[in-house]
Design a protein around this ligand. Sequence first.
Ligand code: CDP
Length: 228
Amino acid sequence: MNKKITIAIDGFSSTGKSTVAKELAKELKYIYVDSGAMYRAVTLFAMQHNFIGADFFDLESLSKTLNSIDLSFKLNTATGNADMYLNTINVEKEIRTLEVSNLVSIVAANPIVRKKLVAIQKEIGKNKGVVMDGRDIGTVVFKDAELKIFMNASAETRAKRRYKELIEKGEEVSYEDIYKNVVDRDLMDTTRKDSPLVKADDAIEIDNSNLTKEEQFNLILSLVQEKL
Ligand code: CDP
């Protein structure tokens, strides 16, 4: 039981990947990495420097300053989860807003950005014992992961979940805007040239539209146990 494996969880936006990935990492005492948080942090950086907005994207300036961006995860002792830090500032709250969600897939489509983040992700997971979620974890970052999960659910189910989550955090958003973001991001993420979101041939697909969080967790845990 001491064998450590790599668990890659990919899938469409708001499929609950991070919820189940966090629970798994706690149960297995593995490191959890939210790769989406890293793309979100780079997007926030680009917004703060006016490199991107609703109708412009200055990729050249972002590329030039990419080396000055320091990304790290630090344990939040109150929640027990790792928070995202951008240049020593905790940005966990800011990166989850709809504004960032509306721009992140544009930033994430860029090979220069991806190259930097994939290198960090590979380094964090090099000793295994990691659960990482994202879009290209099983296809690019850890092609040799022992367990690959591909998560899906209907767009409506996903938009409802994300809407509830943001409202509970006190954000003023409309369901229609969230639904549009979910659908737009899926399209951008699946059609980009570099590392598009696709199910890896050896990934196990789980549609969780009708699964409770508990059912989903138990299902994935049983898949992990088969591998150990
Ligand atoms: O939580 P949610 O499913 O809404 O998204 P996320 O995991 O926070 O990822 C935000 C965005 O980052 C995605 O829509 C992708 O555009 C990008 N992303 C990516 O390109 N590759 C990854 N490995 C993770 C995220």
